[in-house]
Write a protein that binds this ligand. Structure first.
Ligand SMILES: [Zn+2]
Ligand SMILES: [Zn+2]
Length: 152
């Protein structure tokens, strides 16, 4: 993500500037005219940057952390996107991401076998649901397919 407009990165712009400077040197263009044009171009550029910054800010989604009330942001983890609390490391609240929505463990459906919470996991062939009790003793191996973000 970059807020620098393409005009600034455009090598063609440098050529135009150099061309204008050589015209001034040759007396074909007055310095005043060049400065006016440059000011005009710069103010347009600044407008572009400002409008882009506004759109970037409104694109940032936040969710209120249920534990501490701070904002939670969508973060990129090794296994995909998840919601993390901005109060980290004091607050370690995380939530799974389901189509841009934060899904907290307390909102997760219960396992029909043992009553513990189910977790939505991204596998090689897509999402599936697995019981949190998989890591417990006695182990619960309940697993089910995912349909539109819900266990089947
Ligand atoms: Zn928090
Ligand atoms: Zn279970």
């Amino acid at each position: 993500m970059s807020a620098v407009p393409t005009e600034l990165k455009d090598p063609g712009m440098t050529a135009i500037m150099e061309g204008a400077l050589s015209k001034i040197a040759a007396g074909e263009l007055t310095l005043d005219a060049f400065m006016n044009w440059q000011v005009d171009w710069l103010s347009k550029l600044i407008e572009t940057i400002e409008s882009q910054e506004i759109s970037i800010e409104t694109n940032i989604q936040t969710v209120e952390c249920p534990a501490c009330g701070k904002d939670m942001f969508l973060r990129q983890g090794k296994k995909g996107q998840f919601w993390g609390c901005s109060g980290y490391p004091d607050c370690k609240t995380v939530a799974q991401n389901n189509n841009g929505k934060a899904v907290f463990e307390k909102d997760m459906p219960d396992c029909p076998k043992c009553g513990k919470k189910l977790r939505r996991i991204k596998g090689k062939k897509g999402f599936f649901w697995s019981c949190k009790g998989y890591f417990d003793e006695p182990k619960c191996e309940f697993m089910t397919q995912d349909k539109a973000g819900k266990p089947v």
